[in-house]
Design a protein around this ligand. Structure first.
Ligand code: COA
Ligand code: MG
Length: 291
């Protein structure tokens, strides 16, 4: 099983057809959605479908299966959880979080449900959409050390704009306005501070592959290691963009070898450039993402 999830593809939890399509897709993980893409009337049906999918897809080496539940503050979240934990999802995506306190609460719910269902204790991971409420953005620092289940943080701009009462999250050039760029940066810092994966938000314009590739490159330069997808065609560009290529791997290996060959050295030169501890750390991270 891969530690770093490059791509996570959302699949509406009430669509058997899209689930089948998702299972054949190269996404590192599917996120079967019980929240925004499922209507309230279809939710009970979707819970059953998601549980059936989990129980019939138990080999998760190639592709993990996660479930997005409804916000913990809603009356739907506990029934969502009670319906899916018996299928041993690899993790739960928690939307519209207010603070890490909700991750701690979810951790406790999962511990109880894992016990009831005979699922290995602690095996269900947690990822949160950490910037969908103003409180969520202002409490991002609380994620550090909150739960061993926490696997990553991602951010979202759509619900945050709605929560703030903004008419749009874009500036006059079509870029994210400062508030959303701030939320994105803070999410990245909070994830690194917590020692978990930072995943970039989705690109809604799913026909624009060039835009997607640009966003993946930008996210990766900044330290994100994966990205959410909403359409199957987005997954290959995302996987490619987050997989280190041969040149990067070769360079990282050179850095590691140089330090291995000079025990005790804090700083060295490689091809006429100074390298020190941060370069070694970065090189080891690149090698860890080798496929
Ligand atoms: N997962 C799996 N399969 C998907 C998919 C997804 N997220 N999105 C589309 N597909 C399938 C379609 O069913 C279609 O299958 P077919 O060729 O067998 O008919 C194929 O991929 C091509 O889809 P396309 O016609 O290009 O798009 P669409 O109009 O069917 O769907 C969306 C567009 C946006 C409705 C769809 O991509 C979707 O449901 N995305 C996920 C939405 C979601 O989960 N949102 C919550 C997170 S914000
Ligand atoms: Mg949403």
């Amino acid at each position: 099983m891969q530690d770093v999830l490059r791509s996570m593809l959302f699949v509406p939890g009430d669509s058997e057809k899209k689930m089948a399509k998702g299972s054949g897709n190269p996404a590192d993980a599917l996120i079967l959605d019980l929240e925004d893409s499922v209507s309230a009337e279809r939710l009970p049906f979707a819970r059953g479908l998601v549980n059936d999918y989990l129980k019939s897809h138990t080999d998760r080496d190639r592709q993990q299966v996660w479930v997005r539940i409804n916000p913990l503050s809603s009356p739907f979240s506990l029934p969502d959880l009670a319906a899916v934990v018996s299928g041993a999802p690899d993790g739960i995506l928690l939307p519209k979080t207010y603070s890490a306190q909700e991750v701690i609460t979810l951790d406790h719910y999962l511990s109880a449900l894992e016990q009831r269902e005979g699922v290995p204790p602690g095996s269900t991971r947690i990822l949160t959409v950490a910037t969908e409420t103003p409180q969520g953005v202002l409490t991002l620092a609380t994620y550090t050390g909150c739960s061993p289940r926490l696997a990553g943080l991602t951010w979202g701009a759509e619900d945050l704009a709605a929560a703030i009462g903004a008419s749009t999250n874009r500036d006059e050039n079509g870029e994210y306005a400062l508030t959303y760029r701030l939320a994105r940066s803070l999410c990245l810092l909070a994830a690194q501070s917590a020692g978990v994966q930072a995943l970039d938000t989705l690109t809604a314009d799913f026909r624009d592959t060039e835009l997607l590739r640009r966003e993946v490159r930008a996210a990766r330069r900044e330290g994100f290691t994966g990205k959410l997808a909403i359409h199957p065609d987005q997954v290959v560009p995302i996987n490619e963009g987050f997989t280190p290529d041969a040149d990067e791997l070769a360079h990282a290996q050179e850095v590691v070898d140089a330090f291995a060959a000079a025990p005790g050295a804090g700083t060295l030169q490689l091809h006429g450039k100074m390298i020190d501890k941060p370069h070694l750390t970065q090189a080891m991270r690149v090698l860890a993402r080798r496929r």
